[in-house]
Design a protein around this ligand. Structure first.
Ligand code: PMV
Length: 366
């Protein structure tokens, strides 16, 4: 069993002046949802997600060693520039500053360098798709590349576990964006290697039915959320249903182990849709209570149910903390479902926008 202390380095064998790396990291969509956390981004319950393939962040990290004649004040500060799509973006800097503060203990070299972080997303800006998962994962991978350069002895396992641990400290669900295709985060008794500290690849068999599983993201509302995820997680602390909900997540994850193995899509759908609605039920039963779904979210859900009833095609939905709908379906039904989306669901999307994605393999060095 790992502890966070296992990821605090003692010394580095190499010294490096300057250089750069570039990584892409994808978004992910949770099937069993993470909602509620303890200190240090430790999840209140385990979650499991499909790693996506097309919605990703590409981040280049350039670094240059600072030089000081004698200790100066700047030496004790993080130093970085942040570019978004090639242009300076001051608004993103506080998030990175906070991230650096949280991970400094794990990456003691952070204050030795000046960094230029140049980042962009493959999905449209302000599409309502959260870029924090892919963004934090891409940055964490770059930082681990630098650590690997300083200490070439670290293993691949350590590299990925620590990248996921760092990403988690940036944004919880980001820890599931390092690897693919199915990632578990959080201690679950019968999933070997599962950990609260980082995401791990689902270690058991996954049925053919889930190969190239499709996720079409319907953009229902691109506006700013009324209640952030941070506040939402926090509201689980005094939530009347919290304990039961956390237990339910364990039960659902347990059921998914068998479902991934036997490919039973009917049972898969029951868990995935129930998890999505439970997540939103937690929001609606928090104090203060709130609703992130929009009328068109419900229109889409009802249209999916009607279509599934009529055709028996195993298409289902899930939601994250917003109004957008993820439509999940097997690859072999792709043509039919895309036609259904064009015919019946596009009208519920803001400006008719949707994004086609599918299960993917995780972060990549470019
Ligand atoms: O990673 P955060 O703190 O933004 O939380 C995201 C939580 C959900 O997307 C709603 C669920 C999940 O497991 O991804």
């Amino acid at each position: 069993m790992f502890t966070a202390n296992d990821f605090i380095p003692t010394s580095y064998s190499q010294s490096i002046e300057s250089g750069n790396f570039q990584w892409s990291a994808p978004s992910n969509i949770a099937l069993v949802k993470y909602w509620g956390k303890k200190d240090n981004q430790i999840p209140a319950n385990p979650s499991v997600s499909f790693t996506l393939n097309n919605c990703k962040t590409i981040t280049k990290l350039a670094f240059e060693k600072k030089h000081f004649d004698k200790l100066s004040v700047t030496d004790s500060k993080f130093s970085f520039d942040l570019l978004f799509e090639g242009k300076p973006k001051e608004a993103f800097k506080p998030k990175i500053q906070k991230f650096f503060e949280r991970i400094e203990i794990y990456l003691p070299f952070l204050k030795d360098y000046h960094f230029t972080i140049d980042t962009e997303n493959t999905f449209p800006h302000s599409s309502g798709i959260a870029s924090s998962a892919s963004g934090m994962a891409a940055l964490a991978m770059n930082l681990m590349s630098l650590e690997k350069a300083l200490n070439p002895a670290i293993t691949d396992d350590y590299f990925h576990q620590k990248a996921s641990l760092l990403a988690r400290l940036g944004s919880g669900s980001a820890c599931r964006s390092v690897k693919g295709e199915v990632v578990v985060w959080g201690n679950q008794a019968n999933i070997e290697g599962s950990s609260d500290l980082f995401g791990v690849e689902f270690p058991y068999n996954i049925h053919e039915n889930f190969k190239n599983y499709q996720d079409t993201i319907l953009l229902v509302d691109k506006g700013e959320k009324q209640v952030s995820s941070t506040v939402g997680h926090d509201l689980m602390h005094d939530h009347p249903f919290a304990e039961r909900r956390f237990a339910q997540a364990h039960e659902n994850l347990d059921k998914l182990i068998a479902i991934f193995e036997n490919g039973n899509l009917e049972e898969f759908i029951k868990i995935v849709e129930s998890e999505a609605l439970t997540l939103h039920a937690m929001m609606m039963t928090s104090m203060p209570y709130y609703i992130l779904m929009k009328p068109n979210t419900l229109q889409i859900i009802n249209a999916i149910w009607k279509f599934r009833n009529e055709t028996q095609i195993p298409v289902c939905f899930t939601l994250d903390a917003g109004a957008n709908v993820h439509v999940l379906y097997p690859n072999k039904n792709k043509e039919t479902i895309l036609q259904f989306i064009k015919d019946e669901l596009v009208g519920f999307c803001q400006n008719g926008q949707y994004l086609c994605d599918e299960i993917g393999t995780g972060a990549m060095l470019l």
